[in-house]
Design a protein around this ligand. Structure first.
Ligand SMILES: CC(C)(COP(=O)(O)OP(=O)(O)OC[C@H]1O[C@@H](n2cnc3c(N)ncnc32)[C@H](O)[C@@H]1OP(=O)(O)O)[C@@H](O)C(=O)NCCC(=O)NCCS
Length: 198
């Protein structure tokens, strides 16, 4: 972990705070297990419901989160309660893939998702210097697509996948992220930062 990355270990939005997975408390882990067991959330996420006991799920997810190509956080709301998980995975030198699950239904469609994503994009573009963040969602998840568009993602590809569903790939290049926040520091990239994604 670089010193620069360590500096922003708890990225924040107006209401949310991202807490590294390894630092979550027992209450949060019980909620994670509930969210992963929920058939509707599993469907939205394209995975089978997970029936692991909390201790095993914790062990598996913590081991995953230690991978150098992942940055996984719990999403805490303004009361400090755990409401979901967000991560960058398959992190490469220039790009990464974003995944998010807000597991608390009480917090859906209230802007928490975009806030958490904005906080994670700071990690991706500012701290890690990535050129592109991409993601996959399903065509039958319009709430997710709306939330991703709000923070600047745009659709690049649709493709049928198993189960009769349609995968929607969306991306957010660094220059779009920078333009959206007003062309602030760090743009244009230094020569040694590699090519501009435009
Ligand atoms: C997807 C998710 C991250 C979005 O975060 P969120 O905080 O709920 O997003 P927002 O508050 O921005 O709401 C999304 C927008 O979609 C709209 N929306 C909700 N349901 C909708 C529907 N069925 N059709 C169209 N738009 C819908 C909302 O009204 C809102 O738009 P508005 O703010 O202009 O009113 C979150 O809902 C979530 O994690 N859901 C469960 C798991 C999941 O779907 N994960 C994503 C897998 S790729």
């Amino acid at each position: 972990m670089t010193a620069a990355f360590a500096k922003v270990r708890h990225p924040t939005g107006p209401r949310v705070r991202l807490q590294p997975l390894a630092e979550l408390d027992g209450r949060a882990w019980r909620r994670i297990a509930q969210h992963f067991r929920d058939p509707e959330i599993a469907f939205l996420n394209g995975t089978p419901p997970n029936r692991m006991p909390v201790w095993l799920l914790k062990r598996v997810l913590k081991a995953d989160a230690r991978r150098v190509d992942r940055a996984t956080y719990g999403i805490l709301d303004e009361a400090g309660d755990y409401i979901g998980t967000i991560e960058l995975y398959d992190i490469r030198p220039d790009r990464a893939t974003l995944g998010i699950i807000i597991g608390e239904r009480s917090h859906w469609s209230r802007g928490y998702g975009p806030e958490a994503i904005e906080a994670l994009l700071d990690v991706a573009f500012e701290e890690r210097g990535l050129q592109v963040v991409q993601l996959h969602t399903f065509a039958d998840n319009p709430r997710a697509q709306a939330a991703f568009k709000k923070v600047g993602f745009s659709e690049v590809r649709r493709a049928p996948v198993a189960g009769g569903r349609v995968d929607v790939q969306m991306t957010l290049p660094r220059h779009v992220w920078l333009e959206r926040r007003g062309g602030l520091a760090g743009y244009p990239p230094k020569r040694d930062e590699g090519h501009d994604a435009r």
